[in-house]
Design a protein. Structure first.
Length: 95
């Protein structure tokens, strides 16, 4: 199976920014990072990928909540912290 998503450059950039914002929010709220630290983490986790990059946007297959929880609590967060397995209502309100 080949990973391919069809979106315009504007749609990709808008989605990328939205995921960065959500990731940074989780890192501040649950990870205790400052806004500057959280945004730096978001930029590192969600770098811009040029349009011809193979598998561009593959990181979007899971939402920012999941990637941030993995970073904060590790691979077993859904077992060790089941209350964090699903995004909070506050997180959902960001959308």
């Amino acid at each position: 199976m080949t990973w391919r998503v069809t979106w315009s450059e504007a749609e990709y950039c808008e989605y990328l920014q939205a995921e960065r914002r959500r990731y940074a929010w989780v890192m501040r709220r649950h990870g205790g990072l400052t806004p500057t630290e959280a945004w730096a983490e978001a930029l590192e986790s969600y770098p811009y990928e040029p349009i011809d990059t193979p598998y561009r946007g593959l990181v979007f297959h899971d939402e920012a909540w999941h990637w941030a929880m993995l970073r904060i609590h590790g691979d077993r967060y859904t077992l060790e912290r089941p209350e964090l397995a699903d995004p909070s209502a506050e997180y959902r309100a960001l959308e």
